[in-house]
Design a protein around this ligand. Sequence first.
Ligand SMILES: Cc1cc2nc3c(=O)[nH]c(=O)nc-3n(C[C@H](O)[C@H](O)[C@H](O)COP(=O)(O)OP(=O)(O)OC[C@H]3O[C@@H](n4cnc5c(N)ncnc54)[C@H](O)[C@@H]3O)c2cc1C
Length: 461
Amino acid sequence: MDFKFFNKKKQEDAPPLPERTSTDSEELFCYGFDASSMQGTPSAVVRPVTTDEVVQMVSFAHKQRKPIVPRGAGTGMTGGSVPLKDAVVLSLDSMNRILDVDEKNMVAVVEPGVINGHLQEKLEAKGLFYPPDPASMNFCTLGGNVAENAGGPRAIKYGVTRDYVLGLEVVLPDGRVMMTGGKTFKNVVGYDLTRLIVGSEGTLCVVTKIFLKILPLPGETVTLLCTYPALNDAALTVSKITASGIIPRVLEFMDKASVSAVEAYGRYGLPPDAEALLLIEVDGSKASVSEEVDRIASICASLNGRVSIAEDIFSRKRLWEARRAISPALYRIKPSKINEDIVVPRGRIPEMLQSLRDISEKFNVKIVNFGHAGDGNIHVNVMTDKNDKDEYERAGKSVKDIFEAVIRLEGSISGEHGIGLTKKQYIGMELSETGIEIMKAIKRAFDPYGIMNPGKIFPAT
Ligand SMILES: Cc1cc2nc3c(=O)[nH]c(=O)nc-3n(C[C@H](O)[C@H](O)[C@H](O)COP(=O)(O)OP(=O)(O)OC[C@H]3O[C@@H](n4cnc5c(N)ncnc54)[C@H](O)[C@@H]3O)c2cc1C
């Protein structure tokens, strides 16, 4: 290992964990980017396997005032794990043990590098359920989910990661270990640091252990596919279903362009002529599911939707594969597409979609939309190619208009991907100056030397 990455002046300044550290250029390259278009080069990559090793590394970085970037699987969409300023990447992917599934207390205890889908599989085999299901669940880590407060299609009924984190073990930027919360479902002792750390994008501390609430697996689940000849009818169906008192477990939306992209990518059998489609899922007891399916089908039909039910587990799986393929399919068409995960109050989705059509026309860029319509969270993909300089510039400019429309419609510029690097210049559009000042003060309280994932969330002042 090349020790030059730290300013080694004396022998005792030698960095810990040489056997876990790499400075190979290939490896540095691989750990320099995530799923955004941002890229950096770390000075080293360290892959600890225990909390104690995290402590050793963070304490050393603290002493050297060296920036550290915690990293899970690098599937983040906003550059959160992209290293700036020669930072050391602390990759938690080797801390990947499910430590306990405590059925008596309905709590799972995991290390941060556990892949979300691995926990889902293990729990389902025992008749248990962990609802947060980001579309990246087969490759993203639970540590990354905690840091981004990840959501997924089931958020409409079951909420997001934050709603399941009961407690955390974290390593603070000076190397101290802190425990927040624990196995209890209630806890009001002092400030709620657990909820503060969830969604903090690796800027406050390194998460080394996670206590998650788990649920019994619902008895019955039915999946419906509803196709529409007009986009607006699909949008109105979303509002009508949510106003009807039914809470589906999934209410996902795809426009025609996303359907075409997915079909070109993998031939999943989605109807190519539909202007929009909704993927709807309900769960619960057999009787309640059957009643809700009937009511949803009649709402869809009243708005010109054609409904089909996934008859077996294979057709259901196929539909989900199609849904999870949208993002990779769009990347294949335009590798530098800009993906924003805006969210608006559900009833304002039709207005938001109209604004997006107007913006697409104004900037002469194609915009493809899909996402978690049930909770108003639309993934807006401005299709562009970096090699077409003019198009890329127009696409970049359209983002501000998109966010302005979101704020006008009482929404938020990020529903689940966080701010990271790509959105930090826009946070002032949503947060007040006072709000930003308080957040910066919290950051200073945790990290006075600014070594923990610097340069993220807040625009440079
Ligand atoms: C195809 C695709 C689909 C996606 N779909 C969804 C979706 O439906 N919903 C959704 O919410 N997101 C989605 N995402 C985004 C991404 O998968 C999530 O943000 C995920 O939570 C990131 O996890 P990760 O392990 O890849 O974290 P990384 O990308 O490695 O890191 C993300 C952030 O977390 C921090 N971090 C990671 N581990 C730790 C730790 N142990 N302690 C402290 N900080 C840490 C990093 O510093 C960084 O700021 C999608 C991404 C892709 C590529």
